[in-house]
Structures are given as C-alpha cells and as structure tokens.
Design a binder for this molecule. Structure first.
Ligand code: PBG
Length: 336
C-alpha cells in the first residue's frame, strides 16, 4: 500500500490490533512480505593460480582463494543448491601486474581460463565477471594513470578490450566496476559489434568510495598496491544520493541491463530510490567489509549467526533488490 492510501485507512485500537497477525508462526508466515531465496543470490569467488589450492583470507573468515579445479567443485555445488550465478575475482600474481594493467586484456589470463573452464564443465550456471583494472595494476587503481590522475577515456579503451576477451572466453554477464564515465556505452557497442549481443551488462552504477572494501583488497592482493591511495576521484561520495540516480540514469541510457548499488547494507536507501525511480532489476553487493563485520561477530559468539544473516539478506529484498551478491551465498544455500 502506498503511504498516501494509508491516510484513508488508519485503523484504530482496539478494533485494530497489530499483534493479532503476529500470534503464531503460520500466521506470521502467511502475511510475510519478503523472502530471500537461493535464486536471489550471486556467489562471489576469489580465484588464484595453482592446483588443488584453498587459501584462507584472514580478514574474511570462512572465505578462501581457490584454484580453478577447486572452483569447478564449488561451482557445481552452488549450481546444485540453486544459486543462479557466480562472480569471479582474480588474485593476480605480482609478476604479471603492470602500470597499465595489460594482463586484463590477455585472453589467456586467470579469469578467462576460469570462465572457459566453467562454461565447458558446469552447465546451467551463469558466470559474471568484473571489468576494472585494479587486480592487474601495480598501483591498485581501477584505471591507468598519468601522475596522480586516473585517466578516463584511455581507461575506457582498455576496459572495452577487457570486456571483449571475457566475452570471448564465454562469460554471460559483464559487470563494469571501475566507475569511469562512458564505459557502459563503449562496452555495449563493442560487444554488439563483435557478435556478443547476448552478453548482459550489470553496471556497478552507484559504487561508493567505501572503507568497507578493505578485506576484498586483501583477498585480490590490491591492498598493498593501493597503499594509502583512495578511489574518491572516480567512486562516489558516501554523502550523495541524488547523484546515484544520475549515475543509474546514464548507465541505463548507455545500455546497462541491470544496475548495482555497492556497498549493500549502508546504502539500502539508494536501492529503494533506484528501484522506485527506474523499475529495473537492481542488485546490491554485500561487500567484504560487511561480511567481515557480521561473520566476525558471529564467530565471536556476539551475534546469532542464522538470525542476523537472514535478517541482513531479507533487508535487501525489502529495499527492492532483485538479488544480492554475497559471500554468504553458499552457506545460506546449504541451510535453506
Ligand atoms: C574492483 C572491485 C572492488 C570490489 C569489487 N570489485 C574493490 C574496489 O573497488 O576497491 C569490492 C568488493 C568487496 O569489497 O567485497 N573494482
């Protein structure tokens, strides 16, 4: 019900008793407005070179960097549990990083090999891949630099090539996470020209310059490279909300099929505004720092695991998300 209709139907005590519908589990479930199901989850996975390797990530208890053979097992389990798609994030060996991140456009890089392996060996599972240079640059930024400046148009040219090698390898969804201006349009045109009209774009449209990405940068090994640098000249100011709507409008105009808001829980107001304004599929990324906070507290016994994870994930659905990228996806799917 819209707020304005509610004014005509206020109800009043004692005729109206809100607790009447909360009496029993069956009744609560009958009037429940939102639910998280496995089909709403996207599983982000950190991958690395090697064989048979599972390497824990200190700041993300329970999450590991895994080699491609292990990834195939994880992917099959995710698919069998009903998770529709997984998102790949490479931990790039230092020796292949460079100032211009050229490993990003190598058709035989770790991510492309992982995409091909998944597409050849695991049916019925969507593969989503980031477009951004930070896993590949020595300075840890998402684009190429001149002095202290992150160059927009030069970066977009490289991102287009990165998107093309990933599409060529077979990925289903390209997810530009770099926040350069104009990259969605450039990538869409290039994909179409190269015969990849089927490849969808999920734009990280409203991506904020957030402290909550800390553990992710450890996981992909870009934290050391970035050092004390930050991404405030391209990612959004956490204080802004109207600006997110402009970002989303531009990305949709340029051809995005779906948009993402990131981080997740601190930005649910943005999800709701985007959903109400545009009515397109909106996803949220419950990022590494959010995972670390919740899981860390649960592991210390300070929070009740099942309850807080469910509560956190249903909050995304209530805010208007079509789905959530969450490191907790596999755990939740096992439990549901
Ligand atoms: C790379 C990228 C980042 C995340 C996803 N893609 C980090 C960043 O922008 O610095 C963060 C995800 C997370 O924290 O879980 N552009």
């Amino acid at each position: 019900m819209r707020e304005r209709d509610m004014a005509h139907f206020p109800g009043s005590f004692p005729t109206t008793r809100m607790r009447r519908l909360r009496q029993a589990p069956w009744l609560r479930s009958m009037v429940s407005e939102h639910v998280v199901s496995v089909s709403n989850l996207v599983l982000p996975v950190f991958i690395r070179e090697g064989n048979g390797l599972r390497e824990p990530i200190d700041s993300m208890p329970g999450i590991e960097r895994i080699s491609i053979d292990v990834l195939l097992e994880t992917a099959r389990e995710a698919r069998d549990l009903g998770i529709p798609s997984i998102a790949l994030f490479p931990h790039t060996p230092e020796e292949v990083k460079s100032a211009d991140g050229r490993e990003a456009v190598n058709p035989d890089n770790l991510v492309c090999r992982a995409i091909a392996a998944l597409k050849n060996r695991v049916d019925d599972l969507g593969v989503l891949v980031d477009v951004a240079l930070d896993p590949y640059t020595t300075h840890g930024h998402d684009g190429v630099m001149s002095g202290d400046e992150i160059l927009n148009d030069e970066t977009v040219d490289i991102l287009v090539r990165q998107a093309l090698v990933q599409a060529e390898a077979g990925c289903d969804i390209i997810a530009p996470s770099d926040m350069m201006d104009g990259r969605i349009g450039a990538i869409r045109r290039a994909l179409d020209d190269a015969g990849h009209a089927r490849v969808a774009i999920m734009a990280y449209a409203a991506k904020y310059a957030s402290g909550f990405y800390g553990p992710f940068r450890d996981a992909v090994g870009s934290a050391v490279s970035l050092g004390h640098g930050d991404k405030r000249t391209y990612q959004m100011d956490p204080a802004n909300s109207d600006e997110a709507l402009r970002e989303v409008a531009l990305d949709l105009e340029e051809g995005a099929d779906m948009v993402m808001v990131k981080p997740g829980m601190p930005y649910l107001d943005i999800v709701r505004r985007v959903k109400d304004t545009f009515g397109v599929p909106v996803f949220a990324y419950q990022v590494s720092g959010e995972y670390a906070m919740l899981e860390g507290a649960c592991r210390n016994g300070w929070l009740d695991r099942d309850r807080v994870w469910n509560e956190a994930l249903v909050s995304f659905m209530r805010a208007g998300c079509s789905g959530v990228l969450t490191y907790h996806a596999l755990e939740l799917a096992r439990r549901l």
